[in-house]
Design a protein around this ligand. Structure first.
Ligand SMILES: *Cc1c(COP(=O)(O)O)cnc(C)c1O
Length: 461
């Protein structure tokens, strides 16, 4: 007796398309999209049958097409609650923005602007002028502009100042920042040649002096922001490098990474080099991110001596890495917070750094009450992150949810991530930890909901 062909039970594409509920999808999706969704679902069903499954009824196919349609429209990028305690979390989008920055960005995006238009002269202008005044005041630089991100700033600086020439850099600073961004690779892209000097832990001024040849264009310092070399170490100060660069008529480029404009001592943190100090010490050019400790939108900031900054502006690559108008608006609003001396209150990154522990403890206790049995509040440390201030943490209070035999920590963390919006926690020694420092107080309600849902599910099973 021949087995029944399971494919025979499958409806045709037209039969599915004729279904009322599938036809209704054309109100939201183009006809082509609906046909594609139906084809995709029938292909998936055929594959399942090939794997030994039975042909599903039309009902099930129609429902699956509906699910495919919904997920096709759902944005992939979703707001996510960061309960990890890492303030500048690269994987979670780095710096959240101030209300003022958001308003400025919405306004710039909504209509036209004088992005590259000189309103006085009534003719073409430059997008590079908009941030210059603020950046000059804040850093003391003669000239400044912003590009797409700091990696572009480094690439542009090396391409404009050192292509086919040498750049001297300490082996202790040949760093990988994260996401595979490695300083030697960027140098290779820019056509600059790397002259590595010193050792991982010790580099002296004489190492720089001996490496300089007629092919040398620049000395470069890279702030080793995401790790720390401790113990038997030596490095050369930016002042000494500046003096050497001046004597030998070389450029001194300082890649600062985090773009810290405030004195970290005010917040009980160890010192982080600032652009203003570096320029005052004699660096020709400083480069830093807009969305690390600066707390603005993604950008790379280039500030320094006018003649040097102009060379970068005129380089053809400047066009390829230019910043967009929305980021210019957000960055300008963020820089204003510093000029008005209100950054610690208004810039979210600094507000989180400055958050007093007693307030965090109160919120953690509220979360613990919602989480119920087994939940405790423990001492912990929040991290600044984003390759800033390595290993230094800020004392905080954490909600701790220990694993149980029927509820492993990883499973609980996964349930929190499955919430809408997702809540990302961290796991340490089989305990799920949530840090209120990186959660905006207005998101507390959602955290409580997510905790109840995640813990309720496991209790009910
Ligand atoms: C983060 C960082 C970069 C890259 O900056 P992006 O803004 O992420 O492109 C480059 N150099 C240093 C030292 C950094 O810390």
């Amino acid at each position: 007796m021949a087995a029944r062909n399971p494919y025979r039970g499958l409806p045709s594409v037209d039969r599915v398309l004729a279904d009322e509920r599938v036809r209704a999808l054309s109100a939201e999706y183009s006809g082509d999209t609906v046909v594609t969704l139906v084809r995709e679902e029938l292909d998936a069903v055929r594959e399942a049958i090939a794997g030994g499954g039975a042909a599903p009824p039309l009902e099930a196919i129609v429902a699956a097409v509906g699910r495919r349609a919904r997920s096709a429209l759902a944005p992939s990028l979703r707001p996510t609650i960061n309960a990890t305690g890492v303030i500048i979390h690269t994987n979670l989008g780095r710096a959240p923005l101030s209300d003022e920055a958001l308003a400025a960005m919405a306004e710039a995006a909504r209509g036209y602007s004088n992005l590259e238009f000189d309103l006085e002269a009534g003719e073409r202008g430059s997008r590079h002028v908009h941030l210059e005044e603020q950046l000059r005041r804040l850093t003391g630089a003669e000239a400044a502009f912003a590009v797409n991100n700091n990696a572009s700033a480094v690439l542009l600086a090396l391409s404009a100042l050192a292509a086919r020439r040498e750049v001297v850099i300490s082996r202790g600073q040949l760093v990988e920042i994260g996401g595979g961004f490695r300083i030697p690779d960027v140098m290779a892209q820019s056509d600059a040649f790397l002259a590595e000097i010193g050792t991982t832990n010790r580099t002296y001024l004489r190492d720089y002096e001996e490496a300089i040849t007629e092919h040398t264009a620049a000395l470069m310092r890279v702030h080793a922001s995401n790790f720390k070399v401790v113990g038997f170490t030596a490095s050369v100060s930016i002042q000494e490098l500046a003096q050497l660069a001046r004597e030998r008529r070389l450029y001194l480029i300082d890649d600062l990474g985090s773009g810290c404009l405030l004195d970290t001592a005010r917040f009980g943190l160890p010192p982080e080099p600032t652009p203003q100090e570096s320029l005052a010490a004699g660096a020709d050019l400083v480069l830093f991110s807009g969305d690390k400790l600066l707390g603005g939108p993604q950008a790379g900031i280039i500030a320094g001596r006018r003649e040097v900054v102009e060379r970068l502006r005129r380089h053809p690559l400047a066009r390829a890495v230019r910043i967009d108008k929305v980021s210019i608006a957000g960055l300008a609003a963020t820089l204003n917070h510093y000029l008005k001396d209100e950054a610690a209150e208004k810039v979210p990154v600094w507000r989180m750094i400055a958050a007093p522990v007693d307030g965090l403890a109160r919120r953690a206790r509220r979360w613990a009450r919602a989480a119920g049995r087994g939940a405790t509040v423990v001492d912990g440390r929040s991290m600044v992150g984003g390759g800033s201030l390595p290993e230094e943490g800020l004392p905080t209070k954490l909600l701790a949810l220990p694993a149980t035999p029927e509820r492993p920590a990883e499973a609980l963390a996964r349930r929190l991530r499955a919430h809408d919006p997702p809540v990302v926690a961290r796991i340490e020694r089989d305990t799920v930890l949530l840090d209120p420092r990186t959660v905006h107080p207005r998101e507390d309600r959602v955290v409580v909901e997510a905790l109840r849902a995640a813990l309720g599910e496991s209790n009910g099973s």
